[in-house]
Structure formats: C-alpha cells, structure tokens
Write a protein that binds this ligand. Sequence first.
Ligand SMILES: C[S@@+](CC[C@H](N)C(=O)[O-])C[C@H]1O[C@@H](n2cnc3c(N)ncnc32)[C@H](O)[C@@H]1O
Ligand SMILES: [Zn+2]
Length: 286
Amino acid sequence: MTNPADNTLTRIENLLACPSCLKPLNLGDGYISCSGCGARYPIQNGIPLMARMGIPDVGRQVFSGVDGNTSDPYQQQYQDLREAAQYNAEYKQKFFKRMSTRREFHILRRLLAGQGHTQVVLDVPSGGGRLSMQIAPFTDLLIEADIARGQVEYGKNNSRISVPQIWMTASAFCLPFHDNSIDAAICCRLCHHLPTKHERDALIIELLRVSKKFVLMTFFDYHSVKNYLRRIRQPFDHQLPKMTMKRQEIKDLAAQHGATLIDAPYLAPFSSGHRYALMVKSGARV
Ligand SMILES: C[S@@+](CC[C@H](N)C(=O)[O-])C[C@H]1O[C@@H](n2cnc3c(N)ncnc32)[C@H](O)[C@@H]1O
Ligand SMILES: [Zn+2]
C-alpha cells in the first residue's frame, strides 16, 4: 500500500533523474528505479534514499590529483537519528536566540519574496529543517534533502509547516533531478564546510544545473571582516584558514553556467563572514 508521502512523490516523478547516470527515474512500490543504469533506490518511511556519498565530479568528470582534505568525513556525520536530534537541539539553542538568526531569516525572506512564488523549491542541505518555515510561504512544494538520513528523519518527524513537503537523502554534489527541473535550489551553510575549491565550485555548478529560476546559497566571504581578522591573527594563533569564496568567483561561476549573481548581502556584516549569494538563471528574472 502506498502512503501519503509516496503520493506526494508522484508530483515530482517527472523531475527525478538518477544521481549516478542522470537518466529518468520511475517510482515503484517501495523503491525508485533508474531507466538507464538500473540502480534501485529504496523508499523507507516515505523517504527515498538517493544519496551518493563521496566527493563530486565536476561536469560528471572525476577529479584527479585533488590535494588536501575532502568533505567525506562531514558527509558521514548525522546519519544516525539520535546524533541528528542532539545536533539539532544544540543548533537551535545556539542560533534561535541570536539577533543574527532573525536577521538571517529576514534577509532570506526578502530575497525569496523578490523572486516571486514558485512551484517547487529544493532546500539542500535541509539539516533538521531549520529553514523550512521561512521558505514555505514562497512555494507550493518544498523538497528537503540532506546527505544524512538522521537529519532528514529528524526534519520529517518535527515538521510543522502546512505546505506539502518531500524528504529525501541526496548529495548536493549529485542531485537526483533533471537539468532546469526545479524552480529554485536553496543551499545554506554547506559551502563553508567544503575544504577544496573543487568541491565549492562543484556545489554551485550542480545547484545551477537543476534550477530553472534561481539559486540562493550561503558562502563564507574571503574578504569579510571576520576573515580579515582571522588572517591577521593566523601567524600567532595558527588557526586553520576558513573555507572561503570570493564574490567575484561566484559571479564568474554563475556567468559560466547561465546565471547572474544579483545580490550578495552579509548575514551580519561585522559579526559573521557568511553571505548569501542570489544567482538568477538567464531568462528567469521576475
Ligand atoms: C550546518 S548544516 C546546515 C543545515 C541547514 N541548511 C541550515 O542552514 O540550518 C549542514 C548539513 O550539510 C549536510 N551535508 C554535508 N555534506 C553534504 C552533501 N554533500 N550533500 C548534502 N548534504 C550534506 C550535513 O548532513 C548537515 O546536515
Ligand atoms: Zn542510473
């Protein structure tokens, strides 16, 4: 018997593409199968498990000779529901009382409002659903995806919004969607966890690939006051450098992949180095 979550899944069946080979996916009873490579992705408790672990292939070509760390270990965190629940409890305490969170939410809503109402939005990584309530008013359907099963289960168990939602595991590097299939992809607080430029670039390219209208993401700005101070202190405190990007790099990547960077406000200019980047796909301006 199909449950209500599976019925919601039928709404996006035409949008789904295999995270391995990008061929169309078909919904089965308790699984999703690939019409190309034959891969089968189980659906458990209404959650399709489509996460491909590992570092990205840019343009579907595997990197060779990438030095330094990768985000592999970070992808393994929060797979377990208990770990995810503990993380979300701490995360809420850390964030919800802060003025900067209110500001972050306010800017997020302003940027989304500027793009008009959408049919389908993807929030990746959704974590435990911290942003769901802020995004919900701007879409008819919210897809919440995270590489960690525990996070997705936590989000599903604790959701309090009335807009239809679909939860799935997925890697932001290999999104299970066709090119230009969803209206918008939102990607908050992942980029600054990615240790190489290759991964950060690959993330943006993949978000732009699946989005028809716009991508809204956060990045830690190399030129922020926070990072400037950190760089000055570095010879003395030997703290590791932050995983940063420059506004110009994002602008260039956007341009190379059919979009324009139209806004990049700081979440909080002096107390945080995080910025949003709003990239609008060509021909999609409202
Ligand atoms: C700091 S949380 C941010 C969650 C949410 N966007 C927010 O702002 O509250 C980062 C999340 O990224 C997830 N993650 C790590 N690597 C990922 C990847 N390659 N694809 C999708 N999610 C990933 C982790 O499981 C974690 O839930
Ligand atoms: Zn396939």
